[in-house]
Design a protein around this ligand. Sequence first.
Ligand code: BGC
Length: 701
Amino acid sequence: MRAQRRAGLTLFAACAALAACGGSGSSAAEKVYRDPSQPLESRVEALLSVMSLEEKVEQMYGTPPNDGSGLSATAPNARLGIPGFRMVDGMRGVGAATGNATTFPVGSARGATFDPALEGQVAAAIGAEARSRGANVLLAPTINLLRHPRWGRAQETYGEDTFHVGAMAAAFVAGAQEQVITATKHFALYSIEDTRLTVNVQADDRTVREVYLPHFERAVEAGTGAVMSAYNRVNGAYCSENRPLLGEILDGDWGFDGFVVSDWTFGTRSTVPAAEAGLDVEMPAAHYYGLPLLQAVVGGALPLSDVDDAVRRVLRAKLRFGIFDGRPALDPALEIESAAHTALARQVEREAIVLLQNEGAALPIDRAATRQIAVVGALAATANTGDTGSSSTRSSYVVTPLAGIQALAGPSTTVVDLSRDVLAPADEAAVAASDVAVVVVGLTSADEGEAGLGAGDRKSLDLSPAHLALVADVASHNPRTVVVLEGSGALVVEPFVEIVPAILMAWYPGLEGGNALAEVLFGDVNPSGKLPVSFPVSEGQLPPFVNDQAQVTYGFLHGYRYLDTAAEDPRFPFGFGLSYTTFSFANLSLDRASAAPGATVHVSVEVTNEGPVAGDEVVELYASYPGSAVPRAVRELKGFARVSIDPGATATVGLDLPVNDLAYWDSTRGAFSVEPLTYTLSVGDSSRSLPLSASLAVPPG
Ligand code: BGC
């Protein structure tokens, strides 16, 4: 029995005790479950009460639809009129198997926007496109914490920080669930690709609760209708049969009443242990569920109550999200790559691009003063939208960096197409003769992606020797060289950081990426993205990335927390990103000097745009724990807000800090605990640039 399943209503318990109520369920029960005005739980129980064991079990596994839709599915029940689930991937857009879709910038790019409201719009757009393809479940968002930037699926998730990932995840869930059910994935501690099917991730309670799970709890609080279990093991048990994760935490502590779906093919590892732990649906087809599950119940190895509980969850989702009652179909012709969605993809990339370096105001490029721009590198003319794994998408067009620059350069500026990785002497001469050289380098799906379907984990954080040689070559011929990086995240820039004035991180920028990049290069858009992942000086600054062992142990520090504690200076810290203007921070104030657990402190700060152009700033709030009795990170992100400010103007930015967010996981009590302490709250524009601080006292309880 699932460890802490909550008791369901037993309105129709007598009927449920019978094998089936027969017919189409035409009974008092049918009146209830077919009536949308009845309470949800009454409808669930009514429906459950008229289902045979076979019908119940059939709700719990995938049946490939073989209808050319490209979706994964569970079977409908014609007798009772229960529709099946129809599922599709969709982290950067609706999965390629269903046809074209708007390809958005990848998750890490969207993480760099630090803009949950925009992420909600992206999710609503992906949800609408998925629904127009006939899907009712979206296999997203991917919110595994980026423990190490070499993880092959780094591009799918939002970044390395649990607070930030949680805020983005909640926004995605709320936005997408206007249209479809989200299956928030992959629960949990999945951040290695090459051994993902088997690796046993060991972590103590505190690490699990404080670092790897809070963002999943945010998604549950936001109402995610489903959670997908991860392939890997956690503390010995596969995630799909992991009682502490599924039973005690997800179900018990968080009160999740949606359903748990397995990851595909190797995601389910057993029949009885999985069903007992709380795996509700095996995908994409019955292997351990189906007949073996039926036999387990009939033979007494699995209590019927466990099947009932799983089916309750499935039915509840189908009723809650309107799947049972039927929702109008959306027209793909109006949704797929609609003008609104492609414009949104462009806006996301505008906010996602991170200006990492800009010596001597090499950027922006003033069209009027620029005769010629050399655009260099094979990636400049490549539709580089990300991994070929389950998150892959197909779009009818992709604006490359070269195309974007050509479109926006203006009539008096010549754009020289040098979209190759090895330059001939004539190319070098063209670079030298240009006012500015833009060289596009980085990663592709050949370097990183999902294991089995893509490239797996990255081999290193370095650029390829060919790309390093190209950057050096261009920089040696033109002092105004702008390096545009593409990829999932952290790259080591040491070989060229001193020899080029400007560096931008463009991520995998989506179908409108080239346009947004050109807007930033020409200063039509002021860059405002912030790194959701630390860029180290070298991989040696980070905790080891072990992706060839049967077992790994995770500690509670990684990313900026690890770098801060080790007193290592990264090249570009978490939360960092430049602008074409400068912002100053003043007058940090708290609405109270002391607060008890349960209270919320209002923090406000004034931000002034000191420069000549309008821009967006992301205000970041970090907490520190001087004098804590337990080991803590040096500082942790606890709030952020994006704000647009006109030149010379000052904005007052408010952030709410629930005191409970200052808690640590107390393993002896098995609960979160807020230490009585004088906390330091710091505000600024990156994890390493925090000009203002204030104290907050939490008195002894
Ligand atoms: C991935 C999931 C994905 C599923 C279905 C698996 O390989 O890990 O993220 O949702 O395939 O495509």
